[in-house]
Design a protein around this ligand. Sequence first.
Ligand SMILES: C[S@@+](CC[C@H](N)C(=O)[O-])C[C@H]1O[C@@H](n2cnc3c(N)ncnc32)[C@H](O)[C@@H]1O
Length: 307
Amino acid sequence: MTLPDCGPDLGPLHAYPTADGSFSLQSERFGEAFHNSAGARNEAIAKFAVPAQLERFRNGTPLRVLDVCVGLGYNSAAVLEALPSPAPELMWWGLELDRRPLELALAQPEFRSSWSPSVLQILEQMRDHGGWHHNRSSGELLWGDARRMLQEIPGDQCFDLILQDAFSPQRCPELWTEEFLADLAGRLAAGGRLLTYSRSAAVRASLRRNGLTLLSLLPAPGERPGWSSGTMAVRPGPPIPVAGPGWRALLAMEEEHLHTRAAVPFRDPSSADDSAVILRRRSLEQASCNLEATNAWQRRWRQDATS
Ligand SMILES: C[S@@+](CC[C@H](N)C(=O)[O-])C[C@H]1O[C@@H](n2cnc3c(N)ncnc32)[C@H](O)[C@@H]1O
């Protein structure tokens, strides 16, 4: 099924079922699927809800969440479903450019039946009213470019959890730049966690330069195992074990990856450049840097790096 274009910017979306049977989309503008081979729902649970360890918020500690690239809403829905009981006070913000993914998802009976009535009601309120306000739970979805919309959230608002799920750095570099990641990292509370499916050296190096501790995510059920399935970046705070539900320490090969040309960051000094400008700027910086070529690193770790 192909869904109509809604303007010059956002391009057509194509619907497809993922490996776990859950509904997802492919974007023609970004040339990329919204979810990976594991399936949309599996990925949201394994890479976002599980490593968030939401039971930490059992004892009346409020939970502040930022969902970057809400899309169909899987990641936030998985987090909402996994909240401990009694649920903590919740303050949620979402950033998203395109209204269609959430509208299309909520029109799918299979998608709707994946969630409990209370989570479904919240997704509907995001779609219809741009948020919700219940007794101890509130949310605001800010429509527009995430770089700009993040600035609409009061500067002193910190997050315990940031779900960073933009399209890949090569397709959507504007949301993986040194500057945008610094803005996100700067919003993490002590002990706060930024979760992403990305294992990109450029992204990891930017997060580390911003004072975060890096951990590597384990594959979701059904996902083809590779050398890493994503990144959890943690603002120093209460001690966190090097291995936990859904994560482990970085391997030596992952540490070395951070010293190759792949680790040259995406830069967007004005926070307004388009992807072509950002990619060109990075290529020039890579060509003139004296970091090790990434294919030399790949050859050294051939067995692991190609899996
Ligand atoms: C990989 S999908 C996100 C999937 C989503 N997290 C989910 O659970 O369904 C990436 C999303 O980023 C959005 N997007 C792309 N560029 C953006 C931008 N500059 N600002 C905000 N959202 C953007 C797209 O519209 C798309 O919904």
